[in-house]
Design a protein around this ligand. Structure first.
Ligand SMILES: Nc1ncnc2c1ncn2[C@@H]1O[C@H](COP(=O)(O)OP(=O)(O)OP(=O)(O)O)[C@@H](O)[C@H]1O
Ligand SMILES: [Mg+2]
Length: 142
């Protein structure tokens, strides 16, 4: 499904609605250029699990952030890694668990991503406008 977001708040809300549809063990892959809104989307998804938005941060320091929500929530940000470095992370341990895994720059782990993952592509349109394509799950529109 294809959605339009006109603000950061709308992208967060789309993320929350997506989060509400997720089940234990789901993997969500996020694709999109720098500044397209992937981390904002993670904040929205995480909010559905009771995680406070400001606790979700960018990958400057942390590649894998674990939150002990129910189910556990894993925010994985591969921005600083090359495809060759990804296998060392042991992502299967997260993606094969009962937790929810949400992966920014998921194309860097493409060989390891399960086929039944939910895929979200964010495209920059204008300063505050993004096109968001979601595959593998349906959410109610805003
Ligand atoms: N409709 C929108 N949806 C999401 N973000 C928006 C929107 N309009 C403006 N923005 C701004 O775009 C930026 C998105 O930043 P964000 O960190 O989420 O991008 P990112 O895709 O995670 O980038 P990176 O690849 O560097 O991690 C924020 O500054 C946000 O305020
Ligand atoms: Mg980001």
């Amino acid at each position: 499904m294809m959605l339009q977001s006109r603000s950061e708040a709308e992208t967060r809300e789309i993320g929350r609605k997506l989060g509400e549809k997720l089940k234990s063990g789901d993997v969500v892959c996020l694709y999109g250029d720098l500044g397209s809104g992937k981390t904002i989307m993670v904040k929205g998804i995480a909010s559905a699990f009771g995680i406070i938005e400001r606790d979700i941060t960018s990958a400057s320091f942390t590649i894998i952030a674990e939150y002990d929500s129910v189910p556990p929530f894993y925010h994985i940000d591969l921005y600083r890694l090359t495809t060759g470095e990804v296998p060392e992370l042991g992502l299967q341990e997260y993606m094969g668990s009962q937790g929810i895994s949400v992966i920014e720059w998921a194309e860097r782990a493409e060989g390891e991503i399960p086929d039944n993952s939910i895929r979200v592509s964010l495209n920059y349109k204008e300063e505050h406008s993004r096109e968001i394509e979601i595959k593998g799950i349906r959410i109610n529109s805003l």
